[in-house]
Ligand binder design. Structure first.
Ligand code: PGA
Length: 302
Protein backbone atom coordinates (compact mmCIF):
# COMPACT_ATOMS: atom_id res chain seq x y z
CA UNK A 1 0.00 0.00 0.00
CA UNK A 2 1.58 3.23 -1.14
CA UNK A 3 -0.08 5.74 1.16
CA UNK A 4 1.36 9.11 2.11
CA UNK A 5 1.00 10.77 5.50
CA UNK A 6 -0.56 13.78 3.81
CA UNK A 7 -3.30 11.54 2.39
CA UNK A 8 -3.94 10.17 5.87
CA UNK A 9 -4.24 13.68 7.35
CA UNK A 10 -6.66 14.75 4.61
CA UNK A 11 -8.69 11.57 5.04
CA UNK A 12 -8.94 12.16 8.81
CA UNK A 13 -10.08 15.75 8.30
CA UNK A 14 -12.83 14.63 5.89
CA UNK A 15 -13.86 11.76 8.18
CA UNK A 16 -14.14 14.10 11.17
CA UNK A 17 -16.24 16.73 9.47
CA UNK A 18 -17.95 14.47 6.91
CA UNK A 19 -17.54 17.29 4.44
CA UNK A 20 -14.92 18.00 1.77
CA UNK A 21 -15.55 21.73 2.09
CA UNK A 22 -15.09 21.79 5.89
CA UNK A 23 -11.96 19.64 5.64
CA UNK A 24 -10.53 21.95 2.99
CA UNK A 25 -11.15 24.97 5.23
CA UNK A 26 -9.51 23.31 8.20
CA UNK A 27 -6.45 22.27 6.20
CA UNK A 28 -6.20 25.55 4.27
CA UNK A 29 -6.47 23.66 0.99
CA UNK A 30 -8.84 23.99 -1.93
CA UNK A 31 -11.78 21.64 -2.08
CA UNK A 32 -10.58 19.96 -5.33
CA UNK A 33 -7.17 19.37 -3.69
CA UNK A 34 -8.90 17.55 -0.82
CA UNK A 35 -11.04 15.44 -3.16
CA UNK A 36 -7.95 14.60 -5.18
CA UNK A 37 -6.01 13.38 -2.13
CA UNK A 38 -8.94 11.19 -1.07
CA UNK A 39 -9.30 9.85 -4.59
CA UNK A 40 -5.60 8.91 -4.75
CA UNK A 41 -5.84 7.28 -1.34
CA UNK A 42 -8.86 5.25 -2.49
CA UNK A 43 -6.94 4.19 -5.60
CA UNK A 44 -3.98 3.12 -3.46
CA UNK A 45 -6.19 1.10 -1.17
CA UNK A 46 -8.32 -0.23 -4.00
CA UNK A 47 -11.62 0.47 -2.23
CA UNK A 48 -13.88 3.51 -1.86
CA UNK A 49 -13.63 5.15 1.59
CA UNK A 50 -16.56 7.55 1.19
CA UNK A 51 -19.74 7.41 -0.80
CA UNK A 52 -21.91 10.26 -1.85
CA UNK A 53 -25.69 10.14 -1.52
CA UNK A 54 -27.36 13.33 -2.61
CA UNK A 55 -25.47 16.16 -0.99
CA UNK A 56 -24.18 14.11 1.93
CA UNK A 57 -21.14 11.88 2.13
CA UNK A 58 -20.98 8.69 4.15
CA UNK A 59 -18.07 6.54 5.24
CA UNK A 60 -17.94 3.04 3.74
CA UNK A 61 -16.96 -0.02 5.81
CA UNK A 62 -13.46 0.32 4.36
CA UNK A 63 -13.48 3.99 5.39
CA UNK A 64 -14.42 3.11 8.98
CA UNK A 65 -11.72 0.45 9.06
CA UNK A 66 -9.09 2.78 7.66
CA UNK A 67 -10.06 5.48 10.17
CA UNK A 68 -9.01 3.23 13.05
CA UNK A 69 -5.61 2.64 11.42
CA UNK A 70 -5.20 6.32 10.57
CA UNK A 71 -5.78 7.26 14.23
CA UNK A 72 -3.22 4.71 15.36
CA UNK A 73 -0.63 5.88 12.82
CA UNK A 74 -1.09 9.51 13.92
CA UNK A 75 -0.88 8.52 17.57
CA UNK A 76 2.39 6.66 16.99
CA UNK A 77 3.88 9.58 15.12
CA UNK A 78 2.84 11.94 17.93
CA UNK A 79 4.43 9.58 20.37
CA UNK A 80 7.67 9.55 18.37
CA UNK A 81 7.48 13.33 18.33
CA UNK A 82 7.13 13.36 22.12
CA UNK A 83 10.18 11.10 22.49
CA UNK A 84 12.30 13.49 20.43
CA UNK A 85 10.90 16.49 22.32
CA UNK A 86 11.95 14.75 25.51
CA UNK A 87 15.47 14.45 24.17
CA UNK A 88 15.42 18.19 23.50
CA UNK A 89 14.14 19.06 27.01
CA UNK A 90 11.32 21.38 28.11
CA UNK A 91 12.71 24.41 26.27
CA UNK A 92 10.47 25.18 23.35
CA UNK A 93 7.86 22.63 22.37
CA UNK A 94 4.14 22.91 21.94
CA UNK A 95 1.42 22.39 24.50
CA UNK A 96 -2.20 21.86 23.52
CA UNK A 97 -4.63 22.13 26.41
CA UNK A 98 -8.41 21.81 26.20
CA UNK A 99 -10.48 23.06 29.11
CA UNK A 100 -14.13 23.04 30.12
CA UNK A 101 -15.94 26.32 29.50
CA UNK A 102 -16.18 26.87 33.25
CA UNK A 103 -12.54 25.96 33.92
CA UNK A 104 -11.47 28.82 31.69
CA UNK A 105 -12.13 31.21 34.58
CA UNK A 106 -8.83 30.04 36.04
CA UNK A 107 -7.13 28.02 33.27
CA UNK A 108 -5.91 31.08 31.40
CA UNK A 109 -4.18 32.33 34.55
CA UNK A 110 -2.61 28.91 35.12
CA UNK A 111 -1.32 28.81 31.56
CA UNK A 112 0.03 32.36 31.78
CA UNK A 113 1.94 31.55 34.97
CA UNK A 114 3.25 28.35 33.41
CA UNK A 115 4.36 30.16 30.25
CA UNK A 116 6.33 32.67 32.35
CA UNK A 117 8.36 29.81 33.81
CA UNK A 118 8.95 28.09 30.47
CA UNK A 119 10.09 30.55 27.89
CA UNK A 120 9.88 29.57 24.25
CA UNK A 121 6.93 27.19 24.49
CA UNK A 122 3.89 27.62 22.30
CA UNK A 123 0.52 27.09 23.95
CA UNK A 124 -2.73 26.38 22.23
CA UNK A 125 -5.85 26.64 24.42
CA UNK A 126 -9.19 25.26 23.36
CA UNK A 127 -12.26 26.12 25.47
CA UNK A 128 -15.28 23.89 25.02
CA UNK A 129 -17.86 21.82 26.88
CA UNK A 130 -17.51 18.41 28.46
CA UNK A 131 -18.87 16.43 25.52
CA UNK A 132 -16.39 17.92 23.04
CA UNK A 133 -13.53 17.54 25.54
CA UNK A 134 -14.12 13.80 25.68
CA UNK A 135 -14.09 13.68 21.90
CA UNK A 136 -10.78 15.58 21.84
CA UNK A 137 -9.24 12.95 24.15
CA UNK A 138 -10.55 9.98 22.17
CA UNK A 139 -9.34 11.46 18.90
CA UNK A 140 -5.97 12.34 20.40
CA UNK A 141 -6.37 15.99 19.50
CA UNK A 142 -5.09 17.42 22.76
CA UNK A 143 -2.24 16.86 25.23
CA UNK A 144 -4.34 17.38 28.29
CA UNK A 145 -7.80 18.31 29.43
CA UNK A 146 -9.08 20.17 32.49
CA UNK A 147 -12.64 19.11 33.23
CA UNK A 148 -15.21 18.01 35.82
CA UNK A 149 -15.53 14.36 36.92
CA UNK A 150 -14.40 12.21 33.97
CA UNK A 151 -16.49 9.21 32.92
CA UNK A 152 -15.45 5.89 34.43
CA UNK A 153 -15.96 3.83 31.30
CA UNK A 154 -13.12 5.44 29.32
CA UNK A 155 -9.42 4.58 29.40
CA UNK A 156 -8.18 7.75 31.09
CA UNK A 157 -5.51 8.98 33.48
CA UNK A 158 -7.26 11.35 35.88
CA UNK A 159 -6.03 13.41 38.82
CA UNK A 160 -8.15 15.71 40.94
CA UNK A 161 -6.64 19.08 41.94
CA UNK A 162 -9.35 21.47 43.13
CA UNK A 163 -12.95 21.76 44.38
CA UNK A 164 -15.63 23.20 42.12
CA UNK A 165 -18.68 24.27 44.17
CA UNK A 166 -21.89 24.87 42.23
CA UNK A 167 -24.23 27.47 43.74
CA UNK A 168 -27.73 28.82 43.09
CA UNK A 169 -27.69 32.43 41.88
CA UNK A 170 -30.46 35.03 41.82
CA UNK A 171 -30.84 38.74 41.02
CA UNK A 172 -30.36 40.96 44.14
CA UNK A 173 -34.08 41.85 44.30
CA UNK A 174 -35.29 38.23 44.32
CA UNK A 175 -37.51 37.47 47.38
CA UNK A 176 -35.41 34.40 48.31
CA UNK A 177 -32.24 36.48 48.72
CA UNK A 178 -33.17 37.39 52.31
CA UNK A 179 -34.08 33.84 53.33
CA UNK A 180 -31.80 31.44 55.19
CA UNK A 181 -31.57 27.67 54.66
CA UNK A 182 -34.12 27.62 51.87
CA UNK A 183 -35.45 24.04 51.54
CA UNK A 184 -34.24 22.51 48.27
CA UNK A 185 -37.83 21.51 47.43
CA UNK A 186 -38.64 25.22 47.16
CA UNK A 187 -36.56 25.25 43.92
CA UNK A 188 -39.46 23.37 42.30
CA UNK A 189 -41.36 26.67 42.07
CA UNK A 190 -38.55 28.44 40.18
CA UNK A 191 -37.47 28.48 36.56
CA UNK A 192 -33.78 27.95 35.83
CA UNK A 193 -31.69 29.41 33.04
CA UNK A 194 -29.42 26.52 32.07
CA UNK A 195 -26.24 25.69 30.16
CA UNK A 196 -26.41 23.69 26.91
CA UNK A 197 -26.72 19.89 26.76
CA UNK A 198 -23.23 18.41 27.04
CA UNK A 199 -22.11 20.89 29.71
CA UNK A 200 -20.76 19.31 32.91
CA UNK A 201 -22.58 21.88 35.04
CA UNK A 202 -25.86 21.04 33.33
CA UNK A 203 -25.36 17.30 33.79
CA UNK A 204 -24.48 17.76 37.49
CA UNK A 205 -27.48 19.97 38.15
CA UNK A 206 -29.94 17.66 36.38
CA UNK A 207 -28.53 14.65 38.22
CA UNK A 208 -28.85 16.43 41.57
CA UNK A 209 -32.50 17.40 41.04
CA UNK A 210 -33.32 13.88 39.83
CA UNK A 211 -31.58 12.22 42.78
CA UNK A 212 -33.48 14.41 45.23
CA UNK A 213 -36.77 13.86 43.40
CA UNK A 214 -37.25 17.59 42.81
CA UNK A 215 -38.77 18.75 39.52
CA UNK A 216 -36.49 21.05 37.53
CA UNK A 217 -38.14 23.67 35.34
CA UNK A 218 -35.74 24.94 32.70
CA UNK A 219 -36.11 28.18 30.80
CA UNK A 220 -33.59 29.55 28.38
CA UNK A 221 -30.54 27.49 27.43
CA UNK A 222 -27.14 29.16 26.91
CA UNK A 223 -23.64 28.06 25.98
CA UNK A 224 -21.72 30.45 28.24
CA UNK A 225 -21.65 31.18 31.96
CA UNK A 226 -21.49 34.91 31.19
CA UNK A 227 -24.81 34.67 29.34
CA UNK A 228 -26.36 32.73 32.24
CA UNK A 229 -25.30 35.39 34.74
CA UNK A 230 -26.67 38.19 32.57
CA UNK A 231 -29.96 36.35 32.10
CA UNK A 232 -30.26 35.81 35.87
CA UNK A 233 -29.45 39.45 36.50
CA UNK A 234 -32.12 40.42 33.99
CA UNK A 235 -34.68 38.37 35.94
CA UNK A 236 -35.14 35.53 33.44
CA UNK A 237 -34.82 32.91 36.18
CA UNK A 238 -32.42 31.47 38.72
CA UNK A 239 -29.16 29.82 37.68
CA UNK A 240 -26.76 27.18 38.93
CA UNK A 241 -23.15 27.98 38.18
CA UNK A 242 -19.68 27.25 39.49
CA UNK A 243 -18.64 29.75 42.15
CA UNK A 244 -15.43 30.29 40.14
CA UNK A 245 -17.45 32.19 37.53
CA UNK A 246 -18.70 34.78 40.01
CA UNK A 247 -15.86 36.94 41.33
CA UNK A 248 -16.91 40.29 39.85
CA UNK A 249 -20.66 39.94 40.22
CA UNK A 250 -20.39 39.14 43.92
CA UNK A 251 -18.08 42.10 44.54
CA UNK A 252 -20.38 44.49 42.72
CA UNK A 253 -23.57 42.93 44.16
CA UNK A 254 -25.06 42.29 40.73
CA UNK A 255 -25.82 38.74 41.67
CA UNK A 256 -26.53 36.97 44.96
CA UNK A 257 -25.84 33.40 45.97
CA UNK A 258 -28.91 31.85 47.60
CA UNK A 259 -28.59 29.95 50.85
CA UNK A 260 -30.21 26.74 49.64
CA UNK A 261 -30.10 23.58 51.74
CA UNK A 262 -27.61 20.94 50.51
CA UNK A 263 -25.77 23.52 48.42
CA UNK A 264 -23.17 23.94 47.10
CA UNK A 265 -23.18 20.84 44.91
CA UNK A 266 -19.54 19.85 45.26
CA UNK A 267 -17.83 19.03 41.97
CA UNK A 268 -14.09 18.81 41.42
CA UNK A 269 -11.60 19.74 38.75
CA UNK A 270 -9.44 17.06 37.15
CA UNK A 271 -6.40 16.93 34.88
CA UNK A 272 -7.14 14.23 32.34
CA UNK A 273 -5.36 12.53 29.47
CA UNK A 274 -5.61 9.28 27.57
CA UNK A 275 -4.30 6.18 29.31
CA UNK A 276 -1.03 5.11 27.74
CA UNK A 277 -0.40 8.50 26.20
CA UNK A 278 3.26 9.42 26.36
CA UNK A 279 3.31 13.01 27.52
CA UNK A 280 5.85 15.37 25.98
CA UNK A 281 8.19 17.04 28.52
CA UNK A 282 6.24 20.26 28.31
CA UNK A 283 2.91 18.46 28.83
CA UNK A 284 4.39 16.53 31.76
CA UNK A 285 5.69 19.78 33.27
CA UNK A 286 2.26 21.39 32.86
CA UNK A 287 0.54 18.43 34.53
CA UNK A 288 2.82 18.78 37.55
CA UNK A 289 2.33 22.55 37.57
CA UNK A 290 -1.49 22.23 37.64
CA UNK A 291 -1.42 19.67 40.45
CA UNK A 292 0.89 21.88 42.49
CA UNK A 293 -0.37 25.37 41.69
CA UNK A 294 -4.06 24.66 41.06
CA UNK A 295 -4.95 24.35 44.76
CA UNK A 296 -3.23 27.69 45.52
CA UNK A 297 -5.03 29.73 42.88
CA UNK A 298 -6.76 32.83 44.20
CA UNK A 299 -10.19 32.52 42.66
CA UNK A 300 -13.75 33.22 43.71
CA UNK A 301 -15.08 30.94 46.40
CA UNK A 302 -11.68 30.10 47.96
P1 PGA B 1 -18.91 22.82 31.76
O1 PGA B 1 -17.96 21.92 32.65
O2 PGA B 1 -18.25 24.18 31.57
O3 PGA B 1 -19.01 21.99 30.50
O4 PGA B 1 -20.23 22.95 32.46
C1 PGA B 1 -17.75 22.11 33.98
C2 PGA B 1 -17.86 20.83 34.77
O5 PGA B 1 -17.69 19.72 34.21
O6 PGA B 1 -18.17 20.96 35.97
Amino acid sequence: MNVTFRQIKVFQAVARSMSYTEAAKKLHLSQPAVSMQVKQLEENIGLPLFEQMGKKIYMTDAGNEFYVYAQEITRLLDEADAVFEEMKGVHGGKLTVSVATTANYFATRLLANFAKQHEGITISLDVTNREVLLKRITQNETDMVIMGRPPEDMELETEVFMDNPLVVIAPPDHPLVKEKEIPFKRMQQETFVVREQGSGTRIAMERFFAEEGVRLTTGMEMTSNEAIKQAVEAGLGLGIVSIHTLELELETNHIKVLDVEMFPIMRHWYVVYRKGKRLSPVAQAFREFVLEEGPNLMIAGR
